[in-house]
Design a protein around this ligand. Structure first.
Ligand SMILES: [Zn+2]
Ligand SMILES: [Zn+2]
Length: 363
């Protein structure tokens, strides 16, 4: 069967033939892949900045944002049956006995760095027709969400950030009043983040470089949130024009915005960073005020990556909620659907917001 893989040593992204997976273990599940979402991580891997093939292999099958259908289950599988729709978790635990997060089922908090990630680091991904996976790493999705369920994986990143933010607010010794949220970036993660904030009752502003007339801006307004373009409003002026925020969710990976995010924070506010800047990124900033504020205003800045099972369940609940509140906006996040053989081109040239590969798509 065909798959899309990256060959890092040959600097090549190509279709290739791989054997169909077999049901091996008793808790194995055989899956027919339905859809795979593409994101910035896939683009980084396919431009050879990132990504590691499985040990002993010269290539890595791409794709980590999956939606698949269960075809067959091993005899000890209890939670899934053929016909179920599932999303696979991305990260797999490291082997070290003393890594408490991994041993506790939360490799997204792994402390050794020796985890693997399907389609990213040391394990093949989902950009193919059939894959095998252990029941432990699969999360069932209601059929009613089928048309948008490929968004679950990117939404887990936001769900984890939101969960941590809420736990910081719950830890405050008083009840916060009505809250305001700012999202930095209007890519899929930023827009999903805006949906979470709106659904959670935040007055929400999205700040990004796209113009006020862009599809992204329109989508933000369709949620009942406000859109501010960074091209006409530098971050320093955002405080005057839009006020301060209880929560800033960063989803751009642009270093100056990441370190500048506290400029627009209210006292006791929280900044969640999800973007990954290049290692060589620099930002020239007057850090005095930001650091003073951090201390004098009890502010919190944290980073977050990947997600656990609980975040997947939370993402599914959020997606169900979105499909009641603003179904059309959710559908419009997926702007392009393509066939498997169109992936190499699609990775070079991002179009619109979310690009999705449909495995059954006819030529
Ligand atoms: Zn992704
Ligand atoms: Zn670990």
């Amino acid at each position: 069967m065909q798959a899309i893989a990256v060959f890092p040593s040959q600097k090549r992204v190509d279709l290739l033939d791989i054997p169909e997976p077999q049901l091996n273990g008793r808790t194995d599940v055989l899956l027919k892949v339905r859809e795979v979402g593409l994101c910035g991580t896939d683009r980084e891997i396919s431009s050879f900045e990132y990504g590691t093939p499985p040990r002993g292999s010269d290539h890595l099958v791409l794709g980590h944002e999956s939606l698949a259908e269960v075809v067959e289950v091993g005899r000890e599988v209890r939670s899934l049956k053929p016909g179920d729709l599932v999303v696979a978790m991305v990260r797999r635990p490291c082997p070290h006995p003393d890594c408490r997060p991994c041993r506790g089922g939360r490799p997204d908090f792994c402390v050794t760095g020796d985890y693997t990630e399907r389609g990213i680091k040391g394990a093949d991904g989902f950009l193919t027709y059939y894959v095998g996976e252990d029941e432990t790493y699969l999360v069932r999705v209601p059929h009613a969400l089928a048309e948008v369920a490929v968004l679950v994986e990117p939404l887990t990143v936001v769900a984890k950030a939101s969960d941590r933010t809420q736990s910081i607010f719950y830890g405050l010794p008083f009840e916060p009043g009505p809250q305001r949220g700012l999202v930095l970036g209007a890519g899929p993660i930023g827009l999903l983040g805006a949906m979470v904030l709106v659904a959670d009752g935040f007055e929400t502003v999205v700040y990004s470089r796209d113009s006020e007339q862009s599809k992204q801006a329109e989508l933000v307004r369709s949620l009942g949130a406000h859109y501010v373009s960074s091209t006409s409003n530098p971050l320093e002026s955002l405080r005057e024009s839009s006020g301060e925020f209880d929560v800033v969710l960063e989803a751009v990976g642009f270093a100056p915005l990441m370190v500048g995010a506290t400029q627009v924070l209210k006292p006791n506010g929280v900044v969640a960073l999800t973007g990954v800047p290049p290692e060589t990124a620099t930002a020239e900033l007057k850090v005095g005020r930001g650091l003073r504020n951090l201390v004098l205003r009890n502010e919190v800045v944290f980073g977050t990556v990947n997600a656990g099972r609980r975040d997947h369940l939370s993402a599914i609940h959020h997606l169900e909620q979105f499909m009641v509140l603003f179904p059309q906006s959710v559908r419009e996040l997926i702007t392009h659907r393509a066939r498997l053989d169109e992936v190499p081109q699609m990775l070079k040239q991002k179009q619109g917001i979310k690009n999705v590969v449909e495995m059954d798509r006819a030529a």
